[in-house]
Design a protein around this ligand. Structure first.
Ligand SMILES: Cc1cc2nc3c(=O)[nH]c(=O)nc-3n(C[C@H](O)[C@H](O)[C@H](O)COP(=O)(O)OP(=O)(O)OC[C@H]3O[C@@H](n4cnc5c(N)ncnc54)[C@H](O)[C@@H]3O)c2cc1C
Length: 261
C-alpha cells in the first residue's frame, strides 16, 4: 500500500510573529516543527506500511528550511521525501497550496492513500486536504480517528462527529485527514536519525512541476488575509470574597449581568 503524507512545517513556539503590514506569518528561525496533526498522519501511514507493506512518502510545500521536517519524517520511517519549493510559491493561500501539492503528487505517482492532518496550528483552515482531493478527483474523508481495516480496495474508518462517531468506507485511491486521537506518534530511532542525516531530499520547483506561475503565490490565490491582530487584553482579574456559596452567587450574578447566562 503506497501512502503519501502531506507535511507542513510550522512554528514550534506558542507565540508567533506576524508582519503588521502584510498580516503574514514571519517565517524563519530554528524552532520549527512538523505540524502536530501531520505527525499523527505520518504515524498512521507508517502503521499501514507495517501491516500491509508498500511505501510511505512525505511531501511538503514550503521554503528550503521545510527540508528539516522532511528529514525528520525520514528519521521516523518515511521511505522518501519530496520538497516542493520555489520563490514563486510564497504567499500561496490554501487553494494555491493544494494546486502545488496536487501537481507534486501527480509527479510522484498516484498513491493508494493520501493522509493529511486535520488542520495546521498556524493557518488553521483545514482546507488543504479536501481541496487537494477535489483537484486529484479522489474521495475524501475528514477527521478520521481510527482506521479499522483495508480490504479489496476499500478502507473502513471511524471518523469523529459532534456526538459520537461515524463508521465509513471509502474506495481507494482516496484521501483522508486525521485527528490527534488516532494514535500516539513514535519517536525516531537512532538508526532512523543516522539514515535521515544521509538521506537526499528531492526538491522540485515550479518549472519541474510544469505549473502555470499565475496559478500560485499571491497572484494565484483567490483569498487574501487582509488583517491579522492579537486580541487586546483589557479586563483585569477580580477576586471574589466570602464563603464558597456566596462566591458562587456573586459569580452567577456577574455572569447574568454580562449576559453570558
Ligand atoms: C494567520 C494566518 C491566517 C491565514 N488564514 C488563511 C485563510 O483563512 N484562508 C487561506 O486560504 N489561507 C490562509 N492563510 C494561509 C495559509 O497558511 C496557507 O494557505 C497554508 O499554505 C495552508 O493553509 P493552512 O495552514 O490553513 O493548512 P490546513 O488546510 O489547515 O492544513 C491541513 C493539512 O493539509 C496539509 N498541508 C497544509 N499546508 C501544507 C503544505 N504547505 N505542505 C504540505 N502539506 C500541507 C497538512 O497535512 C495539514 O495538516 C493564513 C495564514 C496565516 C499565517
Amino acid at each position: 500500500m503506497n501512502v503519501i503524507v502531506c507535511i507542513k512545517q510550522v512554528p514550534g513556539k506558542f507565540k508567533v510573529d506576524i508582519d503588521p503590514q502584510s498580516g503574514a506569518l514571519i517565517k524563519g528561525g530554528s524552532d520549527n516543527i512538523i505540524n502536530p496533526f501531520d505527525q499523527n498522519a505520518l504515524e498512521e501511514a507508517l502503521r499501514l506500511k507495517e501491516k500491509h507493506g508498500g511505501k510511505v512518502s512525505a511531501v511538503s510545500m514550503g521554503p528550503s528550511q521545510a527540508a528539516e521536517s522532511l528529514r525528520e519524517a525520514i528519521a521516523l520511517g518515511a521511505d522518501e521525501a519530496i520538497l516542493l519549493s520555489d520563490p514563486a510559491f510564497e504567499g500561496s493561500d490554501t487553494w494555491a497550496t493544494a494546486h502545488i501539492l496536487s501537481l507534486g503528487i501527480r509527479k510522484m505517482g498516484q498513491p493508494d492513500l493520501i493522509i493529511c492532518g486535520r488542520q495546521t496550528i498556524d493557518g488553521e483552515t483545514g482546507q488543504v486536504g479536501p481541496e487537494l482531493a477535489e483537484m486529484l478527483g479522489i474521495p475524501f474523508v475528514s477527521c478520521v480517528s481510527r482506521i479499522e481495516g483495508v480490504a479489496e480496495g476499500r478502507v473502513k474508518m471511524q471518523r469523529m462527529a459532534d456526538e459520537g462517531h461515524h463508521i465509513v468506507e471509502m474506495q481507494l485511491p482516496g484521501a483522508i485527514s486525521v485527528v490527534k486521537e488516532i494514535n500516539v506518534p513514535r519517536l525516531p530511532s537512532l538508526r532512523g536519525l543516522m539514515q535521515a542525516k544521509k538521506a537526499a531530499i528531492t526538491v522540485w520547483n515550479g518549472q519541474e512541476l510544469g505549473l502555470d506561475p499565475t496559478r500560485v503565490g499571491s497572484q494565484g490565490s483567490p483569498l487574501r488575509t487582509v488583517r491579522v491582530s492579537r486580541p487586546q487584553r483589557s479586563a483585569q482579574g477580580e477576586m471574589l470574597q466570602g464563603s464558597p456559596e456566596s462566591q458562587v452567587d456573586q459569580l452567577i450574578e456577574k455572569l447574568r449581568h454580562s449576559r453570558i447566562l
